[in-house]
Write a protein that binds this ligand. Structure first.
Ligand code: NAD
Length: 360
């Protein structure tokens, strides 16, 4: 059987996890890579034995020449849409774009349209859906172990769209993918803070009403503590969900019951899930783009709730990046000037961020 030809755009840190996932399955072969930084390109190419003649400084040249089946988009958030749309125009079978899907709903919708019109499957890198702990938790909630889910809570850090996309996506996954119906929230932004060239808040919280009656509270950067784990309280019990640990308490558990779960690599799980989708073994993929769009919409609604001083009822109609509107319209003036990027340690050479405007 022919190998699935994989090309990776942007060979930084997360590209390595994609490569690990593909390498866990002999069906895949990483045949080409692209990165505008030659050092990053060759370091990755040497580590992963990519033939030097299939390493590209220009990702469009790679897309033109390589006839790829699968394209991984592993760049910073502001480039996801541009690169995904360019890849879709070359009609690979599938694109796996990193999280968060995009920095606004206009871009997310364009990505979905580009994928549809070129008949490309579009997945977003919410690979945590493949953690065994999350799978078990979803099954326990569906079995009624906590009765009717009523409240869910998560405490994260490092930007709402950064960690928050995983935590909200995870909560929705465990709850069986209900819809987010209404969102109210607020942010504080006194410093000029960015995460991978996207404006972020200093602190925020968002309360979300779901279609199954459950309410989700996400707090971000309110304390120095945080994790992408969460707790769900139901009418008959409580469940605490970690990647590889699940703790349940209900009338029959006599205190906390901790499930022993064999640790797994979610990137390998994601790569297997994509193979199953490619081969038609499943018709619905658990990290499909429309699910990621719904998560993005709810997170962006926290910013719009801050700007408009109202609870946002879905659908969110704003198609540009709401946190940029908040700043540019003067709703959250910076009190301590000086832009900084909390992911500056990822940037090579003398740069402390990417050029924010061109990266967006
Ligand atoms: N799924 C997860 O758990 C997870 C974890 C970490 C990061 N991420 C996501 O992955 C994405 C990338 O983050 P990272 O930490 O790997 O960043 P990174 O800085 O390590 O890598 C980004 C790479 O993009 C390259 N690049 C920049 N402009 C380019 C261009 N025009 N063409 C080609 N390459 C270009 C850079 O040279 C760099 O090598 C982000 O969106 C982030 O949110 C996801």
């Amino acid at each position: 059987m022919d190998k699935v030809r994989v090309g990776i755009i942007a060979t930084g840190s997360i590209a390595r996890a994609h490569a690990r996932g593909y390498r866990a399955h002999p069906e895949y072969e990483i045949v080409a890579i692209a990165d505008s930084n030659g050092e990053a390109l060759n370091l990755f190419g040497d580590q992963h034995n990519v033939d030097p003649t299939h390493r590209y400084l220009d990702f469009r040249a790679m897309l033109d020449r390589e006839h790829l089946d699968v394209v991984s988009v592993c760049s910073w958030h502001g480039q996801h849409a541009e690169m995904t749309i360019a890849a879709a125009a070359h009609s690979p079978k599938l694109i796996l774009c990193e999280k968060p899907m995009a920095v606004n709903l206009g871009e997310a919708d364009n990505m979905i349209v580009a994928a549809k019109r070129n008949k490309v499957k579009l997945a977003i890198g919410h690979m945590r859906r493949f953690y065994r702990g999350w799978e078990l938790a979803r099954a326990l909630v569906a079995d009624g172990s906590i009765g009717t889910p009523q409240r869910a809570w998560s405490q994260i850090r490092d930007g709402l769209l950064n960690w928050g996309t995983h935590t909200l996506d995870g909560l929705l996954f465990v709850l069986g993918d209900p819809k987010v119906e209404r969102v109210i929230g607020n942010i504080e932004r006194k410093t000029d803070r960015y995460e991978r060239a996207m404006r972020i808040e200093d602190a925020c919280m968002g309360l979300m009403q779901l279609s199954n009656g459950c309410q989700v509270l996400i707090e971000s950067d309110l304390t120095k503590y945080g994790s992408i784990n969460f707790t769900i309280y139901g009418s008959e019990g409580t469940i605490i969900i970690d990647e590889n640990t699940v703790k349940l308490m209900n009338a029959s558990t006599q205190g906390w019951k901790q499930y022993e779960i064999e640790q797994n690599d979610p990137f390998a799980g994601q790569a297997q899930g994509l193979l199953d989708w490619l081969n038609g073994k499943v018709t619905e993929y658990r990290g499909e783009a429309t699910l990621a769009r719904a998560t993005l919409e709810a997170l962006l609604a926290v910013y719009e709730s801050t700007r408009l001083h109202e609870a946002i009822t879905m659908p969110l109609l704003t198609r540009v990046t709401p946190i940029d509107l908040l700043v540019e319209q003067g709703h959250v003036p910076v009190q301590y000037p000086g832009a900084y990027d909390i992911r500056s340690f990822l940037v090579r050479g003398e740069a402390m961020s990417w050029d924010i405007d061109s990266a967006r």
